[in-house]
Design a binder for this molecule. Structure first.
Ligand code: SAM
Ligand code: SF4
Ligand code: SF4
Length: 348
């Protein structure tokens, strides 16, 4: 059951758990709901008009407002921040935000997820500001397929160059996310691993998820991670690797020949709601307690009142009972046509 417990001698650190006894540890922040890409599974090109109606920059939380929210979450035990979107690097001066976040007591790690379109110009500043980790989305090595999936003519070569730049930097971890869609890019799994094996980059294959409504998701378009693992194991023998922390979303695997590791994010076939400790903050100042939520909690009016904000966020977390993917797997959510928040709004 949800509880709010005073802990630690400093009396400023609180522990809050939700209805399923899960603490909050990870905050994902959508810096913008705009994006220059039009990935078919996230923001399909035919819905560009919808994008125009998304928040204008004046409605976005300022960096000061974002850090005010992070300070409160840090008091509740959040130690990891992920900056995402939309495309987070469409916001100017993200490095300033990174350095502000790094100075907040309790925050141990700041990560960024990006399509890398604008990364080359700002990577050095981000690293100097203290960014710890980066995840770059790349669904195909093949240029034509990449263009088909992302709705852009951006060059794969340029993304690969940005990844190399990341590897040469002081970043602690460089990951690549690949959303696998049946009949679309399954054939990119082996080439992606072949390209990144032995480089230190951890590729993570994500089962295509039913986030939002615009992508018109169908279960038949999902490639089960187990099938991919068989395929990979046939090419390069692999073995599982233990998780390093509670709430880790990816199952990790190591190549037996010592050429590194990769991950599988299997939200559809093997949901991980039981230890989900992630909260999300939208660019409009709403807290979401699940990726599949159909509504958020507006905390914008409380941003200048830290104690009231703390109470409000604690209450939101205490009331949380989300386990969408676990319920979906039990078929309770089959043929679910409810209105959900889009991925580019809620923050991936
Ligand atoms: N624009 C940035 C990017 O693409 O990396 C950050 C935001 S994006 C929403 C975050 C991650 O969500 C990306 O790795 C993307 O591939 C993933 N994603 C988006 N829609 C998805 C879906 N329907 N199923 C699974 N992953 C999805
Ligand atoms: Fe943009 Fe990222 Fe969504 Fe692709 S996945 S449309 S890059 S926000
Ligand atoms: Fe967490 Fe919701 Fe995903 Fe379950 S479905 S793992 S509760 S975000």
């Amino acid at each position: 059951m949800g509880q709010l417990v005073n802990s630690l001698s400093g009396a400023i650190q609180l522990t809050v758990t939700d209805q399923l006894n899960r603490p909050v540890r990870d905050l994902r922040i959508s810096l913008t709901d705009r994006c220059q890409f039009r990935c078919t599974y996230c923001l399909p090109a035919e819905h560009v008009d919808v994008m125009r109606q998304q928040s204008q920059s004046e409605n976005c939380l300022s960096f000061n407002e974002i850090t005010a929210v992070i300070k409160v979450f840090a008091r509740l035990g959040v130690n990891k921040i992920k900056l995402t979107g939309g495309e987070p690097l469409l916001r100017k001066n993200v490095a300033d935000l990174v350095s502000d976040i790094k100075s907040i007591t309790g925050i141990e790690e700041v990560a960024l997820t990006t399509n890398a379109g604008l990364l080359g110009q700002v990577l050095d500043d981000l690293v100097d500001a203290g960014l710890d980790r980066i995840t770059i989305s790349l669904d195909a090595l093949e240029q034509t397929l990449f263009e088909q999936i992302t709705g852009t003519q951006f060059q794969v070569e340029q993304i690969l160059n940005s990844i190399d730049q990341c590897l040469d930097s002081k970043l602690k971890k460089v990951k690549v996310n690949c959303v696998v869609q049946k009949g679309i890019n399954e054939n990119q799994v082996i080439p992606l691993l072949k390209h990144f094996r032995g480089t230190g980059v951890v590729v993570r294959f994500i089962e295509y998820m039913d986030v939002g409504n615009l992508n018109n998701w169908k279960a038949s378009e999902v490639v089960n991670s187990k099938d991919l693992l068989d395929q990979i194991n046939n090419r390069w023998p692999i073995k599982p690797k233990n998780a390093t922390h509670v709430g880790e979303v990816a199952d990790r695997f190591i190549f037996n020949d010592g050429q590194g590791e990769f991950g599988m994010i299997s939200s559809i076939s093997q949901p991980f709601c039981h230890d989900c400790n992630r909260a999300r903050l939208s660019t409009r100042g709403e807290i979401f307690t699940c990726l599949f939520a159909n509504q958020g909690h507006n905390i914008k009016p409380l941003l200048n009142q830290p104690e009231q904000l703390l109470q409000a966020i604690s209450q939101i977390w205490c009331n949380r009972a989300d386990q969408y993917s676990a319920l979906r797997q039990k078929n309770l959510k089959q043929e679910n046509k409810t209105k959900k928040i889009e991925m580019f709004v809620i923050g991936g």
